[in-house]
Design a binder for this molecule. Structure first.
Ligand SMILES: [Fe+2]
Length: 243
């Protein structure tokens, strides 16, 4: 059994397409999205439609929340995030927004021993951006693995090992410990690597093996679409630097 976990596509269709091609080669059995399919970027409809085709299941992120509740967006979002949801609001139709409104905040998949959340399982939109916060989160989920996104920075935190510095290929998630895993961002990476990022987990003989995939895509095409729709130009600039 091999699953892919994607987060924070942020209306970057070029990045999502590149990931789709990449995971087709890997013969993935199930694909899960952790939210923020839309927001910031120029192609919300293409991303939403593509995600609907790809996804086994998905949950909502704070940008879906902001789209559904513009007061929430006005209260919590910075300028470019707010511009992004207002743009998305114009681009998507009523049926698409109704489908987004049906997305749950979390999903627990007991058969896989996996929990899915956007920011954290204990607090939807909280940012797990330091080891102490990751440790605090561990008792809140009951499965062996919990996947999150939201910060756009990948990490693996083991309940015994702590923050794992060196993420290797086909890495065994060893021992009896639980793992909190951030899968990074497909469409707006912020860890200094501009390539689209997502995770693949293979379950072999009851063991979990982890791969963090990085995929090149045509950033210039997405940047051109950002300029074309008059979205803030720094949203394009940050894609090239991955920050
Ligand atoms: Fe995000």
């Amino acid at each position: 059994m091999r699953i892919a976990v994607l987060s924070d596509v942020h209306s970057n269709w070029e990045a999502l397409k590149a990931v789709w091609y990449d995971l087709k080669e890997l013969r993935i059995d199930a694909v899960y999205f952790l939210g923020d399919i839309i927001g910031y970027g120029p192609q919300p409809r293409a991303c939403w439609e593509t995600a609907c085709v790809m996804a086994t299941d998905m949950i909502r992120g704070n940008h879906e929340e902001g789209l559904l509740d513009l007061d929430f967006a006005a209260k919590y979002f910075n300028g470019s995030a707010l511009t992004g949801v207002q743009f998305t609001d114009q681009q998507l139709n009523v049926a698409e927004k109704a489908a987004i409104a049906r997305l749950p905040y979390n999903l627990v998949l007991p058969e896989l021993d996996i929990t899915l959340a956007h920011g954290s399982f204990s607090d939807h939109w909280d940012y797990i951006d330091e080891a102490d916060r990751a440790r605090e989160e561990i008792p809140h989920f009951q499965t062996k693995l919990c996947f999150v996104g939201h910060t756009h920075i990948p990490f693996i935190f083991g309940s015994e090992e702590g923050l794992i510095k060196d993420i290797t290929e086909d890495m065994l998630l060893a021992g009896e410990q639980k793992f909190l895993i951030n899968v990074g961002s497909v469409g707006q990476p912020r860890d200094g690597d501009c390539r689209a990022c997502y995770a693949v987990i293979e379950i072999r003989e009851g063991q979990f093996y982890f791969d963090l995939r990085r995929v090149f895509y045509d950033i210039q095409k997405t940047a051109d679409a950002i300029y074309k729709h008059d979205l803030p130009s720094w949203l394009a600039e940050r894609l090239f630097s991955g920050e």
